[in-house]
Design a protein around this ligand. Sequence first.
Ligand code: NDP
Ligand code: MG
Length: 388
Amino acid sequence: MTGSINLLGATGSIGKQTMDVCRKYPQIRINTLAAKSDYIGLASAAKEFSAKKVSIYDKDRYIALKEALSGTDIKVLCGEEGLCECAADEDAECTVNAVVGASGLTPTIAAIRAHRRIALANKETLVAGGSLVMTLARDNGVDIIPIDSEHSAVFQCLQGISGDVRSQVKSLILTASGGPFFGKTLAELKDVTPADALRHPNWTMGSKITIDSATMMTKGFELIEACHLFDMTPDKVDITVHRQSIIHSAIVTADNAVIAQMGVPDMTVPIQYALTFPERYPSSAAPLSLRQIGSLTFEQADESTFSCLKAARRAADIPQTTAGAVINGANEVLVHLFLEGKIGFTDIQDGVNEALNNISLMHSFSLENILKADKAAREFAYERSGVR
Ligand code: NDP
Ligand code: MG
């Protein structure tokens, strides 16, 4: 079991569930904590877990956080520097990255450079910077343990394989819930409101990933994430819609055996596994009763209606370029504008595809190129939407 963690994105959905796991297993100490603007949640977590350091990204919340922690000896930091300092703090064995968005990339890199093991929820890290991050992790001997449920499922299934994984695993099956709009036509999607899109059938998550699930961008991102984490080409990753979210994903081995990981949809399972790996401990998640579920269904994902999937597949086909950073940067802005009521639902997928068609790509082994591509994509998305 991990002895102590740095927890980035502590005040969000994954961050709070990580703290639940730490409450259940107090031997997992929380060393540092970071968030963006919720200084109240951050201060209360820092006191509860007696953290050594905290960092708030928004600099204008720094004084408020410092006041909230006055009388304690908790060190208070801010900005990207503070986030990276918390990520890299060497008094923790493992850094849990549960930040949302591309802001998760630089702290992941800082933690890898400090040789911390990574428990990764922040999928945007691998979408925007997968080639760079995986190369750095390999060079520094750092393990990246996935928290994202599908990738945790694949990771769990792979524990049964010894020896050369590449020759023994033919392909992966990534399951997708299909989100709230599965089966809708393009015309029906045009009138979708933020309130409709925020109603996910199976999972309660932060607002950005909930919209990503509705557009199916999240599955596209997960395709890219899977290719990087498991060294697979996109043609070997099959996306299958499975509405019940019971099978979290599967691997197909050379002998055509299919090994799947199942359970009720509850993120504390992959979070806890990332922290107790390779051991298993009792969990607060409900047990699965297959008899109660009755039947499981599997369907084809509709890539022409949900064209974020198409954009992600195109980006996954050119993995060592900034294509991932482009679709991610454009998507972040477009989701934000949609949630603010400034653009329509299908503008998200149209904008993501247009960004990929229009922005010139570079090699993605340098952080500088990735950040340039991210910036260009964000500007493109704002301009396309007529918002500044
Ligand atoms: P939330 O929106 O609920 O939480 C995001 C967290 O990140 C908050 O703590 C937020 O702080 C913090 N944050 C955002 N920007 C920064 C920044 N620049 N610096 C420091 N902290 C920052 O998101 P989720 O927990 O739902 O998702 C987190 C990540 O995990 C995403 O990448 C998502 O795709 C992935 N994921 C989530 C799943 C889920 O079930 N929720 C499942 C699988 C993957 P503040 O509260 O102050 O804004
Ligand atoms: Mg997932």
